[in-house]
Design a protein around this ligand. Structure first.
Ligand code: CMC
Length: 430
């Protein structure tokens, strides 16, 4: 088979661009020789048309609204797997056998405890601290206990770091929450599975026995799976970018968490609930006025939980969550007026030409918050839950980046448009 090429014609000359062939989705044009040979760079704000890497972890078909990890459909994984099973798939490329899954779960359990010294770290934050700030800081902080694992080229150390991150993240998240409500930190229990243990650390009190509701545990398991990876999104691209400087895995993941915190990314789940709450509470904020604000080019407000860089169709994760929200609500709190508002908002937006023309559909964050609420989580913890879910994806991408011989330090070019040269003016003459 002959290799495809594209020809670029410019005033500086022509260039044959080799085509990077995909197994699915868009092919790439390899422009690596462009600047050296023709003196041009590509201009692509937000890298919306730029592939910074080849990847075999996650495939998103934005037009069809499909998401697959290592070839498996997200709907199948959400229905049949545990979160740790999906984490194994993302990291190692294959679904684990029963024996492999047992060994993997056991290894994760061995690392759930935080060093006692970390307690003082949590104590130092103000009660009002946002748990995302604590989460990323603590992720950086725990790296100080594992300096011997810092070398990205040491594949065993990378796996050990990965296990510790996955094992300790629920403990960090739950302790960030306990800190915020002034309750004692609850230690992990290794007789529980990953999700049950997290729920135990979140909601247990030393003064009484707490039972974990299997409906809640199952629902959280599905939610974590739905968040586990999503290609080169902002936080994953950040993790790769920081790691490309050969920063260690802990430092790279902490950076990704900070990217996730933004309201246009993982912070959207908290913002959706705040938007829906406003519609419920404020007589001036109706479904109509919220949609009108989102459409107003002079108002920076956006309909939170709507739109996506890749999906030009219904986000398949939102589809799962939409029906799942009813199921969870029926089995937990019964009803939630917020779900009705969300459905009305969705129906009105989908029928509106502004959203139809721009192909804006509900994304994963539109319904996730309603379910997180029904499971008992406060809105400020929503993005933390997203982070626990996304962690295996970040690690899998970081590992793929480190192992890829094509990896170079991330260092995009710019098109300079500022003043070129000026005589220096001493301070007393400015
Ligand atoms: N409400 C109103 N208008 C919107 C929205 C929205 N939620 N999203 C996009 N648009 C408009 C945008 O104003 C632009 O209009 P025009 O062509 O007239 O200028 C057009 O649609 C294209 O938008 P864009 O900003 O070029 O799209 P993007 O790919 O750069 O941004 C996005 C993607 C997710 C940041 C954006 O859709 C958004 O801000 N959505 C709300 C926040 C949100 O829900 N984020 C969660 C994303 S999914 C999970 C995750 O990654 O964390």
């Amino acid at each position: 088979m002959t290799e495809r090429e594209a020809t670029l014609h410019t005033d500086a000359g022509d260039l044959e661009l080799p085509v990077v062939e995909p197994t699915a989705g868009n092919a790439g044009l390899d422009i690596r020789r462009l600047r050296g040979e023709l003196g041009y760079v590509t201009f692509d704000p937000g890298f919306a048309n730029t592939a910074g890497t080849k990847s075999s972890i996650t495939y998103v078909d934005g037009a069809a609204g499909e998401l697959r990890h290592r070839g498996y459909r997200i709907e199948d994984l959400a229905e049949h797997c545990s979160f740790l099973e999906v984490a194994y798939l993302l990291l190692f490329g294959e679904l684990p056998t029963r024996a492999q899954l047992e060994a993997w779960s056991l290894e994760i359990k061995h690392h759930t405890l935080l060093s006692e010294e970390m307690k003082r770290f949590f104590d130092a934050f103000p009660r009002s601290a946002h748990p995302m700030a604590i989460l990323s800081s603590a992720t950086n902080a725990i790296s100080t206990f594992y300096e011997t694992y810092y070398n990205p080229s040491d594949s065993e150390a990378v796996i050990e770091s990965a296990k510790r991150l996955i094992a300790k993240m629920p403990t960090i998240a739950a302790w960030a929450y306990k800190k915020s409500i002034g309750q004692p930190y609850v230690y992990p229990r290794n007789d529980l599975d990953y999700v049950e243990n997290f729920l135990h650390m979140m909601f247990a009190l030393p003064v009484e026995e707490t039972k974990i509701d299997p409906v809640v545990a199952r629902a959280l398991n599905v939610l974590l799976i739905l968040h586990a990876d999503h290609g080169q999104n902002c936080s994953t691209a950040t993790v790769r970018s920081v790691g490309s400087a050969r920063a260690n895995l802990f430092a790279s993941v902490a950076a990704g968490m900070n990217a996730l915190w933004g309201p246009l990314h993982g912070g959207a789940n908290q913002a959706v609930i705040e938007m829906l709450q406003e519609i419920l509470d404020d007589p001036d904020a109706t479904v109509e006025s919220t949609i009108a604000r989102a459409k107003d080019p002079n108002d920076p407000f956006r309909l939170m939980g709507f739109g996506h860089r890749v999906y030009r169709n219904y986000d398949p994760r939102a589809k799962v969550l939409r029906s799942f929200a009813h199921e969870v609500l029926e089995r937990t709190s019964g009803t939630d007026p917020m779900l009705e508002v969300a459905q009305e908002l969705e129906a009105r937006a989908l029928a509106d030409p502004y959203f139809a023309e721009r192909k804006l559909f509900p994304n994963v964050d539109f319904y996730s918050g309603i379910i997180f609420r029904a499971l008992g989580f406060p809105p400020r913890m929503f993005t933390v839950l997203f982070a626990i879910g996304r962690l295996p994806g970040w690690i899998a991408n970081w590992k793929e980046m480190i192992e890829d011989p094509d990896t170079r330090i991330t260092r995009p070019r710019q098109v300079y448009v500022g003043i070129v040269d000026r005589p220096f003016v001493p301070i007393d003459r400015r």
